[in-house]
Each structure stands twice: as C-alpha cells, then as structure tokens.
Design a protein around this ligand. Structure first.
Ligand code: NCD
Length: 330
C-alpha cells in the first residue's frame, strides 16, 4: 500500500511476472491527459480500432475474463458509466457498479480513501467519477490498484478526451493542421480542458467561443499559446463557424454554478441549428460530449457532419482499449 499522500504508480510492476507486452500502460493510473504522448495516443487508437473489429465480428471476447472492475460514480453519468461497463463485459470481465453512492457507506460518511481501499480488496481496477477536482489523484495516492479518472469536478475527463480525439482522427483522417472551435462552457467544462491539452500535442489552431463569464481559464489559454498555438477567444460563434474543421459544443454545467440566476442568464447562449450549419464548411464535424440540453437542435442530427453519436460509440472502443492496456492484455 502506498504511504498516505505518496503516489502509488507502477502498481503491479514490482511483483508480477512480465508475461505481457510492455505498452507503457500496464498497472498505471489514468488520471490526466498529461500522461499521454503522441506515441501513446496512436497506440491506444490502434488497439481501439482492433476492439471495434472485435465487437463488430464477435460481439465479445474473453481477454479480461476473471477480472473485476469497480465503477464508482459520485456524480450522474449515462455514457461514461455504461460504456465502461459495456467495455469490461465485452472483454469478458465483470463489474461492480456503484452509481448511487447514497446507497453505499458514503452516505454514512465514509471517506473517499476508505471507500477506495475497500473496493480495491474486491476488484482489479477502479473507475472513479467525483465532484471534486483532484479526487482521482487522491484515490490513486491511497490505492494499490489502478484508478481511472472518469471526471473529477471541473478538472479533467481524460477518457472522454481520448474518445474525442479518436473521433476527430476517424472522421477527418488527421489531427495536425486542424482549426478547432470549442463552444459553450469553457470555464467549467472538464472535457474541454482535457481535449484542449491533448490537441495541443498537434498543430491545432484554437477558437475558444464562450460568453465572457464562461471563458477558458486564463492559465489554460496561456499554456496553449506558450506551446505556439494560435488561440482566439470570441463570443459570437458566427465569427468562426466558416473556419472550423471541428465544432466542439458543450453544455453549460449547471451543477457548477453557485448562483442559478447566473446560469439562467447564459444557459441558452448558443444553439447550433441547421441555419448556422449553412455557414460551416462542407467537410467538418460537429461534436458534443453529451448530454445536450438545447445547444444542438435535433435538426442537426440529420446533417452528415454530425459526429456526436459516432463519438459516443467510439467511447466504448477506447475504454475497451484502455482497460485491456492497463490490465496488461493489449
Ligand atoms: C461530460 C461530463 O461528465 O463532463 N459528459 C460525459 O462524460 N460524456 C459532459 C457534460 O456532462 O456536460
């Protein structure tokens, strides 16, 4: 067990036989996109492609049979929770789902470290979503088993960013030289934070489109510019729609506002509809991590540039690849 406060990386390396290919992921936590290089990304994307083939041909495999995953969600989730479950089950593993922490000992006041130390007794890997930034790191500090961050408050959502980037390369055939417009709640949207960091590994031009009070945190804008990227902040999506190769639309994160009146004032700021799409390039994609609550009208669902449904399907393939890699079977 790691000392309190000490990171517990390389969980398995010292005490397990190395009968697996060393892919750089075995036994590792997945806490932040900062852990990924272009090489690691292309490795995971390659495995995700194999997972897609596997699912289309056979539906499932027994790669992770005998392995157990704990899916520990302190915040609501549809796609992330169920795609991790589906990913594990399709690889022959099993899942302990704890989606409703009110029914667990968390409601009795149990701390995150104790809950993590309990679940790791029964499982091989823990997927954690938590409302506080840094919670996944804290869990990893205490755990001997790998932790996968499925969203830590306004911090990061690394597996979402992986599936977002995978979708971009699948849809547009490249990652370098793209103009990416992030639209909506750039302040609280953790998927934006993670995807921006990943895209800054490629030669991306960024348009950050938001109401003034929901701008991307200034240190992130500075970080992107320091890496040599063009980063333009605007409020009006019409100014950038004709340029964007990727329009990445996000929900205003109601649950992060202290004052709901402020949320009400910005919630309907952007609506991507068929009329706006007439100004977009012929070859581009509209993405959204989902759920949408009005930012993209249903009329756009029939547009061939819609990629948000394929994006969520890709999530399962990416999570299959990650689980197989971290558990030493990729
Ligand atoms: C996102 C999240 O939880 O950050 N959802 C998801 O995982 N697909 C985006 C959101 O909730 O708006």
């Amino acid at each position: 067990m790691a000392a309190i406060g000490a990171p517990a990386h390389n969980h398995y390396r010292s005490n397990q036989p190395s009968d697996h290919a060393d892919n750089g992921f075995y036994g590792q936590d997945i806490l932040s996109v900062r852990q990924f290089s272009r090489e690691k990304l292309s490795y995971i994307f390659g495995v995700a492609g194999e997972m897609e083939t596997l699912v289309r041909r056979f539906g499932s495999a027994d790669l992770l049979s005998g392995k157990v995953l704990a899916n520990l969600f302190y915040e609501p989730s549809t796609r992330t929770a169920s795609s991790f479950m589906a990913a594990m089950v399709r690889l022959g593993g099993r899942v302990i789902p704890i989606n409703e922490v009110h029914y667990s000992s968390v409601s009795k006041g149990e701390s995150l470290p104790d809950t993590i130390r309990t679940l790791e007794c029964y499982t091989d890997i823990i997927v954690l979503r938590h409302p506080e930034m840094g919670a996944a790191q804290i869990a990893a500090d205490y755990a001997r088993k790998p932790i996968i961050n499925a969203g830590d408050g306004v911090g990061e959502h690394p597996t979402q960013a992986l599936l977002d980037l995978y979708t971009i390369t699948r849809e547009l055939g490249k990652l370098d030289g793209l103009k990416v417009a992030m639209v909506g709640d750039l302040k609280y949207g953790r998927t934006v934070h993670s995807l921006t960091r990943l895209l800054s590994l490629y030669s991306t031009d960024f348009y950050f489109v938001s109401p003034d009070i929901l701008r991307l945190p200034a240190d992130m804008v500075a970080e992107v510019r320091a890496r040599g990227h063009r980063a333009i902040e605007v409020e009006d999506v019409h100014e950038v729609i004709g340029e964007a190769d990727v329009l990445y639309v996000t929900r205003v994160q109601k649950e992060r506002f202290n004052d709901l009146a402020v949320y009400e004032s910005v919630k309907n700021h952007y609506v991507v509809d068929p009329e706006l799409m007439t100004a977009a390039k012929e070859k581009m994609v509209v993405m959204h991590p989902l759920p949408r609550v009005g930012e993209i009208s249903y009329g756009v669902d029939r547009d061939p540039r819609e990629a948000y449904f394929r994006q969520m399907e890709n999530g399962m393939f990416i999570r299959m690849a990650l689980l197989a890699a971290v558990l030493g079977k990729a």
